[in-house]
Design a protein around this ligand. Sequence first.
Ligand code: ADP
Length: 582
Amino acid sequence: MKKDFTHTFFYLKKSYQFAKKDKKYIVYSIILSIIFTFISVVAPILSAQQILNLTQELWLQLFLVTIAILIVEILRNIMVYCNNYCFNKYFFSVSKNIELEVAKETLRIETETLNQNSSGLFIERITDDTDVIASIFLELIEYVSDFITNFGILISIFFLNFKIFLLYAGFLIIVYCLNLYSSKKVQEKRKIQKKKREEFSGFVTELVRGVKDIKILNAEKSFIQKTASLTEEMNDAFYVFDRTKAKYRFIIDNIRDLLDCFIILIGIYSIIHGNLVVGTLLVILSYRGNIVNITHNIEHLLEALKYFSLSAQRVFEIIDGVNFPKEQFGSRHLEKATGTIEFQNVSFSYQDSKEVLHSLNFSIKPNETVSFVGKSGAGKSTIFHLLSGLYSPSNGNILLDGIPIKELDKDSIRGNISVISQSPYIFHMSIRDNFKIIKEDVTDEEIVWACKMACLHDFIVSLKDGYDTMIGEGGVTLSGGERQRLAIARALILKTEIILFDEATSALDNEIQQKIQESILNLQGEYTILIIAHRLSTVIHSDRIFVINDGEIIGEGTHESLLENHPFYKHLYEIELKKKKD
Ligand code: ADP
C-alpha cells in the first residue's frame, strides 16, 4: 500500500511538469471548490436550524427549506458550469503537451525496439493514456472537494440527529471495507483489459496498413477471423472488468437502499416522539445522496489514482526510455558534409543474431556514385542502416568527413544523408504538402526544380490538380516508380550531400526504370550517391561497384573491370541477363 502510494506520488510529481504552464486553472478550480464546499456545508445547517427557528408554521417551514435547497442547488450548478470551463481549458492544453512529448519521444526510440513492438502499443499510449494523465490534477481537486463537501454534510447531520448520523457512519464503514477489497480485483482486470486493447489496435493498424497485400494474398478470411478473435478477447476482458465492478456496486447499492428505509423509519419514529421536525428530516433526506457519495468519492479517488498510476507508468516508460531505449547520438555538429564516407573494420550483428557484416573497410569520395551489388541477404541494406544511424556498429568506426558518426549529433547525420527506400512512405496529403511537411519554408520554385531533377514534373503537371493533387485516398495512386521519384525529389529538397538509394526490386516497367535512371543520372557528379542496385542498368553508370557477399566486400571496380576479372560478378550478370531474356 505504501509502495503504491509512493509510486503514484512519484508519477504525480513527474506529470506536474506538463500541467505547470496551465496551473492558473488548477488555482481557479481550487477557489471554486472552496466556495462550493462552503455553500454546501453551511447550507444544511442554516436551512435546518436558523430557518426553522424563524417560524412554527409547518407549511412556511417547508416552503423556506425548499427555497434554501433550491438556492444552494442553483449556486452548485453555477459552480459546476465554471468548473467545467476551467476543466476544458486546462485539459486540452495539458493533453496536447503530453501527447506531443510522447510522440516526440516515440520518434527517438531505437529502430530495433520499434520493430519489436506493435504500433498499437504506441497509439494507445499517445492517445488514451495521455488523456488520463492530463485530467488527473483537476479530477483530484474535484474528488477531494466533493469528499470534503459531503463529509461536512455528514458532520452537520451529527448535530441534527445523532441516530441518523450513526446509521450513515456505519454504512460508510461497511462500504469502505468493501471498496478496499474490490479495488485490487478491479485493478487487475483493468490491466488485462488495457493489454488486450493494445493488442487489438496493433492488429487493426497492421490490417489497415497491409490491406493491399492482404487482398493480393487472398488472406481476408484469416485476417477477419483474427480480428474477430482479438475483438472477442478484448470484449471479454472488458466484460470481466465491468462485471467485477458491477458486482460490488450491486452489493453497495442494496445496502444503501436498506439504509434509506431505516432512515425514513427512524425519522418518522423521531418525529412521532417529538425529537425531530419534518423540515429537518426533509433536509437530511435531501442530502442523503451526498452522504452516500462519500463512499463514491473515496472509491473514485482511489480508482482515479490507480488508473492514473497505470497510465503514467505506460507513458513515462516511453518518455524516460524505460524498456524503450532511445537512439544515441554524439554532440559534435557538422553543418554541411562534403560527402566523404569511410568504413573502418566495421562489424555488425542485429540483437542476439549472428554477425551480418564482418570487418568492412571501404571509403567513398565526395560526389562519387557507388553501387553495392550482391545476393539478397548479403548485408547491403545493413550498410545503409549503419550509415544513416539507425543502428550502431558492434565494432569498428564509420566516418563522415573524417568524423566518427557516433560523435555526431542527430542533425549532422540525418541532415546530411537522405535515404530513398525501396518503397518510400509518401504521406497522404497533396504533392506540394509532401514537400512542405519536411521543409516548412520550401518555395514552389524549389519544388518544381526538385521534381524536374527527379523526372516527375511532366507527370505532375499532367494531373488535373497538378502539384495540389492528393496522394492516396480520394486522389491519385502513385506507381512504385513514381513513389521513388517523388522520394528522390523530397531528398533533393532537403539538399543533403549524401543520398542513399535502395533501388526497388519489384519489376518496374522499362519506361519507369528509364525515368528513375535518368533522375539518378541528373544527380551524378553533384552528390555522393550510394545505390543498392538490383539492376545492371543502374550499375553500369556507377563510378565504382562493391560486390558484397555474406557481409564482406569480395570485389571492387567498374562494371567493365569486374566483368572481366570477377567470376562472382560475372555470374550475377549472367543471371540478370537470363532473367531479361525470360
Ligand atoms: P540485403 O540488403 O543484402 O538483402 P540485409 O542487409 O537486409 O541484406 O540483411 C542481411 C542479413 O541480416 C540477413 O540475413 C537478414 O536476415 C538479417 N537482418 C536484416 N534485418 C534484420 C533485423 N532487423 N533483425 C535481425 N536480422 C536482420
